[in-house]
Design a protein around this ligand. Structure first.
Ligand code: F0G
Length: 456
C-alpha cells in the first residue's frame, strides 16, 4: 500500500487514557449501554463523530486571536461573510451556532402540517426539525444506495424519477423546498454527482420548488466529484463546490465538519424576502445577524478552516485515510458499505450479526462490543437512531443497519486506526457471541442520544 502522507505535523498533543476491561464493563453498564452517555475521558479512541472534533491549524488558532467580539458589525463577521460568499455565491449569509440551528429556523419558516420535504437522505437532526413542525421528511435515495455492496460512484444521488412522482402525487404547493445532503451521511458518507444535482434542479424548476443543500461535508463531496465525475479532474475542489452551490437557492452548513471548526455553521440564501424573515428569527433564537450565536473568534476559525478544508493535499489525505481503513477491514472479511465514504467507515451490521433482529439493535451490539473490547467509541446508524415504532408498537426498521466509525479531521494517526481495525476484526471473528439489546427508556425524538438499554 502506498504511504498515507499527512500534510501537517503535530504541534500540540493530548494524552489518551487506557482503561481495563473490568472498568469498561462497569462504565458501559452505568451508561445504560448507550455510548453517548460515556465520559470522553473513559474512551481511548473516539470515533463517535467527525463533528466539532477536528484539530485546528496554527493559522486557525492565530486567526482566533484576531476575533472581533463586537455585538454588531464585527470585523470577524465580514471576513467570514467574504469566504462563505465566495464559496456559495449567495448574498444573504447568517452565522448560526451549529447546523441544527439553521434547520430550526429554516423549517419553522418553510415546514408545518401538510408539508413534505424530500431529500436524497435526511440527517437525523434535519428530519427531527422537519417533523417537529408537523411536516413530513421523505428520503429518495437511488436504489443502489440501499445495497451496501453495490460499488456505485455516487451513491448519495437522489432518485430523480421518484422525486417527480412525489411532486405529481402531492402537488408542488405542498413541497416548499427540496434538500440534497452532500455528502449523504446516513447511507455512508456517499457523494452526490453534479449531473444528479443538475437533474434534480431541472425537475424542481419545472414546478417552482427551491433547492437547498445541506452542505456540511461539501469539500469531501467536491473532491469525490473531482476524482470520479468525467470532466472535473482539472478543476479545484473549491471551483467544483462553487458550481454545486450555483444550482441551489439556499444552503445550510454545520461548520463543525468541513469548516474544520469546533463549533458554528451558517444559513445562506438568495431570496431577499426569506432572508428578512430568517433575520428576525435569528435575532430571537441565535443572536444579532453578524454573530448568530458565535463568538467573533469562532467566525475567524471557520473563515480560515473552510479554506483549508478545500486544499487538495488535505482532501487527498482525508479521503485516502478513510479508504485505507476500508481496505484493512475488507481484508478481515468485515461487511462494509462500499465504496469508502468521505468522513467515516460504515460497517454493515445486518451482515455482521445476522442472528440479531433489527428490534434488538445489531449495530448497537457491535458498538458496545467495540467499546468493551478496545475502548473505542463508534455510533449506531440503524434501528436505534432511525427506527420507528408503529401505532401497534411494532418496530419499523430503517433500510440499513450500520455502525459508523467517524474519523475526526487531522486528529488520529494511521496506527490509531490500525488498532481500531484489529479490534473490530477480533470482534468479527467471534461475532456469534454478540447479543442484542432491549430498549428501557426513550425520548419522543432523537432517542439514540439519551436512550437507556440492557443486553438480552
Ligand atoms: N446535516 C448533516 C448531514 C449532519 O451530518 C449534521 C450533523 C447536521 C446536519 C447537523 O449539524 O450537528 O452542527 O447541528 N452531524 C453530526 C454527525 C452530529 O455526527 O454526523 P450540527
Amino acid at each position: 500500500m502506498p504511504v498515507l502522507f499527512e500534510p501537517f505535523r503535530i504541534k500540540v498533543v493530548e494524552p489518551l487514557r487506557m482503561t481495563t476491561r473490568g472498568e469498561r464493563e462497569r462504565l458501559l453498564q452505568e451508561a445504560r449501554y448507550n455510548v453517548f452517555r460515556l465520559r470522553s475521558e473513559d474512551v481511548l479512541i473516539d470515533l463517535l463523530t467527525d463533528s466539532g472534533t477536528a484539530a485546528m491549524s496554527t493559522r486557525q488558532w492565530a486567526a482566533m486571536f484576531q476575533g472581533d467580539e463586537a455585538y454588531a458589525g464585527a470585523r470577524s463577521y465580514f471576513r467570514f461573510e467574504e469566504v462563505v460568499h465566495s464559496l456559495t455565491g449567495m448574498p444573504y449569509i447568517f452565522p448560526v451556532h451549529q447546523g441544527r440551528a439553521a434547520e430550526h429556523i429554516l423549517f419553522t419558516l418553510l415546514g408545518g402540517h401538510g408539508k413534505i420535504i424530500p431529500s436524497n437522505t435526511h440527517f437525523d437532526t434535519t428530519r427531527a426539525n422537519i417533523e417537529y413542525t408537523g411536516a413530513e421528511a421523505v428520503d429518495l435515495p437511488i436504489p443502489e444506495a440501499l445495497d451496501p455492496e453495490t460499488p456505485h460512484p455516487f451513491k448519495g444521488n437522489m432518485d430523480v424519477e421518484r422525486l417527480e412522482e412525489l411532486i405529481q402525487r402531492h402537488g408542488p404547493e405542498r413541497i416548499p423546498v427540496c434538500l440534497l445532503t452532500v455528502t449523504s451521511n446516513t447511507i455512508g458518507g456517499q457523494p452526490v454527482s453534479l449531473e444528479n444535482v443538475r437533474a434534480v434542479k431541472q425537475v424542481l424548476e419545472r414546478y417552482g420548488i427551491p433547492l437547498f443543500l445541506d452542505a456540511c461535508r461539501v469539500a469531501e463531496n467536491a473532491y469525490f466529484i473531482k476524482l470520479r465525475e468525467p470532466g472535473y479532474a482539472e478543476r479545484s475542489p473549491w471551483e467544483i463546490a462553487q458550481e454545486l452551490f450555483s444550482y441551489a437557492d439556499g444552503c445550510f452548513m454545520s461548520a463543525k465538519k468541513d469548516g474544520l471548526a469546533n463549533i458554528g455553521g451558517f444559513l445562506a440564501l438568495r431570496d431577499a424576502e426569506l432572508a428578512e424573515r430568517v433575520g428576525h428569527l435569528l435575532i430571537l433564537w441565535e443572536g444579532f445577524p453578524t454573530y448568530g450565536g458565535l463568538a467573533g473568534r469562532d467566525l475567524e476559525a471557520i473563515a480560515e478552516g473552510l479554506q483549508e478544508a478545500f486544499q487538495e493535499e488535505y482532501l487527498q489525505y482525508r479521503v485516502g485515510f478513510v479508504s485505507r481503513v476500508v481496505e484493512w477491514l475488507t481484508e478481515a472479511g468485515i461487511p462494509l458499505v462500499k465504496p469508502a465514504g468521505g468522513h467515516a467507515v460504515f460497517v454493515d451490521a445486518r451482515r455482521f450479526a445476522p442472528h440479531i433482529p433489527p428490534e434488538h439493535f445489531p449495530g448497537q451490539a457491535i458498538v458496545c462490543a467495540l467499546y468493551l473490547h478496545a475502548g473505542v467509541r463508534a455510533v449506531e446508524v440503524g434501528s436505534l437512531m432511525m427506527g420507528k415504532r408503529a401505532a401497534d408498537g411494532r418496530h419499523l426498521a430503517p433500510p440499513l443497519e450500520l455502525v459508523r466509525l467517524a474519523i475526526p479531521r487531522r486528529v488520529y494517526t494511521e496506527s490509531h486506526l490500525r488498532y481500531v481495525a484489529d479490534a473490530l476484526a477480533d470482534i468479527y471473528a467471534r461475532r456469534h457471541e454478540l447479543r442484542g439489546l432491549r430498549l428501557l427508556r426513550e425520548a419522543p425524538f432523537l432517542r439514540h442520544f439519551t436512550a437507556e438499554l440492557e443486553p438480552l
